[in-house]
Design a protein around this ligand. Structure first.
Ligand code: B12
Length: 296
């Protein structure tokens, strides 16, 4: 175990202790360690990004260096994924959702952990997520998208050689008679010429900015210059900003000095908004009116 600890790239989260416990399958002690950070005031998102993510990368490296065998690597990964699920499960605010996403990898791409982590981060940001796993055949995926109400398809590739599989899926999605936003990421896209990916709506390897962009695209409505469209667009935007902050309607009502039922009708596009109300809501979020009503 000493050579294991010495090979771990550590940070303020004592990754070395975490990984050692996870490799041993000491679930109670892992849970205690994770919860101690939450009690110390760390957010779930911080723990996810700064503790679990680097742990998964370290676990992979240790396996690659031969310091963990496949059984130990699988155990440590499984323990980590169940901790991620444990922490994120309780956090989707009031079951309110920004939209529904399906996440998978194309045929040929077996790397599972990256897209799984992305799916948990999306859930944490207010998305309803169907994680479909790896190596999804295009035909079955298109059938699934056709039958369900899916706003966003998230594809992940670690190996650049799987780009043709992505392009095949995106082409088939664009040929569908319904609109599904497509998003692609993963370390396999880092050095790809973006011109090859013109048909993909969002390309990014940074999860946080990709999620914000996806929320923006999915909630944008077509504005034909009529009042109803504008009110429903602003309402969606207020709702999305509120959910991304982890607030419920009551919290926004308290922060803006408005009534909760009023907030509800704003979000549903049913209130003919005054500048005064926009100012109050913007101030509550800490953004100006311009940003609040801007289509970006
Ligand atoms: C574990 C692992 C495997 C496992 C996967 C097990 C599983 N269930 O996933 C197994 C053993 C199956 C495997 C197989 C192979 N692997 Co491998 N593998 C790894 C390893 C060690 C860890 C990957 C990992 O889980 N990282 C942790 C996650 C959290 O990081 P991530 O995937 O990058 O995801 C993050 C971001 O990329 C991003 N992200 C991911 N998806 C998306 C999507 C969107 C939309 C967005 C916005 C962001 C995003 O978010 C995540 C969080 O930040 C890496 C090396 C490493 N240390 O990373 C090699 C590595 C990825 N593998 C590699 C290779 C070459 C292979 C094989 C070809 C090996 C072989 N010769 O057989 C096969 C190919 C299998 C296949 N066809 O897919 C290379 C890839 C090199 C390259 N760029 O081409 C690596 C880098 C190792 C290396 N240095 O050689 N591998």
């Amino acid at each position: 175990m000493t050579s294991l600890s010495n090979s771990i790239k550590n940070n303020e989260y004592n990754l070395s202790r975490y990984i050692t416990l996870a490799v041993e399958g000491e679930i109670d002690q892992v849970t205690q360690l994770v919860d101690s950070y939450i009690s110390d005031g760390k957010t779930v998102k911080d723990v996810l990004l700064k503790m679990f993510m680097p742990s998964l990368v370290n676990i992979g490296d240790l396996w690659k260096k031969g310091l963990l065998n496949i059984a130990e690597e699988h155990l440590a990964v499984t323990v980590t994924l169940s901790q991620i699920e444990r922490l994120t499960q309780s956090l989707v605010p009031n079951g309110e959702i920004i939209g529904t996403a399906a996440i998978c990898t194309p045929v040929g791409e077996k790397h599972f952990i990256g897209p799984k982590v992305v799916s948990e981060l999306m859930r944490l940001s207010g998305w309803n997520v169907h994680f479909l796993g790896t190596e999804m055949p295009t035909e079955d995926l298109i059938q699934f998208l056709g039958e369900k109400e899916i706003d966003l398809l998230v594809l992940s590739i670690t190996l650049e050689e799987n780009l043709p599989g992505v392009l095949e899926i995106v082409k088939a999605v664009k040929a569908m008679d319904k609109s599904v936003v497509t998003m692609l990421g993963g370390s396999g896209v880092e050095s790809i010429d973006e011109n090859l990916l013109n048909d993909v709506d969002i390309i990014s390897s940074d999860v946080s900015s990709a999620i914000i962009e996806a929320s923006r695209l999915v909630s944008s409505t077509t504005l034909n210059g009529n009042l109803e469209d504008y009110l429903s667009f602003i309402g969606e935007k207020v709702k999305r900003t509120r959910i991304l902050k982890g607030w419920n309607q009551q919290k926004l009502a308290d922060e803006s000095g408005l009534d909760r039922t009023y907030i509800s009708s704003v979000e549903n596009g049913k209130q003919n908004l005054t500048l005064g109300v926009l100012l109050r809501i913007g101030n509550a979020f800490g953004i100006d009116i311009q940003t609040l009503i801007n289509r970006e």
